[in-house]
Design a protein. Structure first.
Ligand SMILES: Nc1ncnc2c1ncn2[C@@H]1O[C@H](COP(=O)(O)OP(=O)(O)O)[C@@H](O)[C@H]1O
Ligand SMILES: [Mg+2]
Length: 452
């Protein structure tokens, strides 16, 4: 690598537990000199290599690029999907010059172009992509919202319900809906109501301009996160999220209440077919003229007829990342540079032969309405428990050093251990160090895996 590569000045976009975990891991790299987190959070503010920049809006690309030039930033890492789907990578390449294997030396961006980010930004687009490339996914039909196609979509749902055996459907607003755009109805009437709300009443605004109606799939879910440099794909161990807010997978869906990795629900041959799907996806994108750089996160349903893709995300998952990065032995900055430079094949991605568990501590009421600005305290970890990290998600640190809650998911307690049992125990020990009024968390993260 060039000597200047060991002087990375990073602009990291986002304010969640995922971004804290990314910065925590990058801070361990000798290649990184400084990280600017826009806007950052209370945990990022506490890291020695990190400066939080709360007064720039993460969607103000002009201000971001101006700041990037001023601070001589040489690597952009967008954490969440919204800036990627809006084209932040293309904007930075325009403003600061592209970077690539063809000798260009502008800013490196660890993330996909706007065209490639459609894989997450548009579910109708990604479903058609999967169909074009023979990638296993649920049967589906896409619709554009209008009165006449509402009638057509309703008729499709009716016909699915009249099939023998009847087929249940899932309804998805195509655009970004902050994890709320997927409805799983329990009856045809409920399905048509959901359809009306999305297509005619614009419940999700523009995100509902297009709709996917697809077959309901039964099975366990699994998340696979892969590093991609445009052609090479290297995957981290499979992880499992816990989406529902309460124990026993009850209650409304959330952004994710906890994860563990690796999962034990996929054997070797299934993992091989999952890796094949990742490779087919990346090759397909390359062939269609929008090669993928960054993290490709694929959600799978493990059905009786094999793994099927539920969706693609074009960035790290939250809270999967909190479990996966502490398991990664290889320098994250090195892997990211290999991705931006099209040299991922030169890297040996090493993963610790251990388990990781993340338990999310949320504000009372989440995912409904919840209090913000609640004072909080974090005890120092027990000296014997050096494998537990408290990643901050929704916290802020005031100038005078007071920590308060500032979001629904507040803290992610992550632990790494030789066994899954120990990782669970240590992650819950970490939760005991968290104190604020109204805090809630699931007590059964990885519980099903332990029973198996
Ligand atoms: N075809 C399907 N069958 C069963 N459950 C589904 C299906 N599609 C999505 N889901 C459930 O809904 C959740 C959200 O759907 P997903 O496609 O991942 O959208 P998003 O994450 O954008 O909300 C999934 O994690 C899964 O639990
Ligand atoms: Mg999802």
């Amino acid at each position: 690598m060039l000597p200047s590569d060991s002087n990375l000045r990073i602009l990291l976009l986002g304010n969640g537990g995922r971004e804290h975990a990314i910065a925590w891991k990058l801070s361990q790299s000798p290649l990184v000199s400084h990280i600017y987190a826009v806007p950052g959070n209370g945990g990022l503010a506490g890291l020695s290599h990190v400066t939080c920049v709360p007064d720039i809006k993460a969607d103000d690309f002009e201000a971001l690029a101006k700041f990037g030039k001023e601070k001589k930033v040489n690597l952009l890492i967008p954490g969440p999907e919204a800036p990627l789907v809006e084209g932040v990578v293309d904007y930075f390449h325009d403003q600061m010059g592209g970077y690539g294997a063809d000798g260009k030396r502008g800013i490196r961006c660890f993330g996909p172009s706007k065209a490639a980010a459609r894989m997450e930004g548009s579910k109708t687009f990604s479903k058609d992509f999967m169909q074009r490339h023979g990638i296993p996914t649920a049967r589906y039909k896409n619709f554009t919202s209008s009165a006449s196609s509402f009638a057509a979509a309703s008729a499709y749902i009716e016909s699915e319900s009249l099939a023998s055996p009847p087929r249940r459907v899932v309804i998805k607003a195509s655009g970004l809906a902050g994890g709320k755009g997927v409805i799983i109805p329990t009856s045809t009437a409920e399905a048509i109501t959901a359809l009306r709300e999305i297509m005619l009443e614009q419940q999700f605004g523009k995100a509902g301009d297009e709709v996917v109606v697809e077959e309901f799939l039964e099975g366990d879910e699994l998340s696979v996160i892969s590093f991609v440099d445009g052609s090479t794909v290297m995957s981290l161990p499979p992880a499992q999220d816990h989406k529902r807010v309460w124990d026993g997978d009850r209650g409304p869906n959330t952004g994710g209440m906890g994860t563990y990795a690796p999962t034990n629900i996929a054997g070797k041959s299934v993992l091989e077919s999952i890796q094949r799907v990742q490779e087919m996806t990346v090759m397909g994108m390359r062939k269609e003229g929008f090669p993928f750089v960054g993290v490709l996160f694929t959600g799978f349903m493990m059905t009786q007829s094999g793994p099927k893709v539920l969706e693609y995300n074009v960035r790290f998952g939250d809270p999967e990342t909190q479990s996966l990065l502490p398991l990664m032995k290889t320098d994250l900055a090195k892997v990211m540079l290999a991705c931006t430079d099209g040299k991922l094949h030169t890297v040996n991605l090493e993963v610790l032969p251990k388990s990781a568990v993340t338990v999310v501590v949320a504000a009372g009421g989440y995912p409904g309405s919840y209090a913000k600005g609640t004072p909080m305290r974090l005890d120092d970890p027990h000296p014997s428990n050096t494998d537990t990290v408290l990643f901050h998600a929704g916290t802020s640190l005031s100038a005078s050093g007071e920590l308060t809650t500032s979001g629904g998911r507040v803290i992610a307690s992550t632990a790494v251990a030789d066994t899954l049992e120990d990782a669970v125990r240590k992650a819950y020990e970490g939760v005991k160090a968290v104190h604020f009024e109204g805090m809630q968390f699931r007590t059964d993260i990885a519980g099903r895996a332990l029973k198996k």
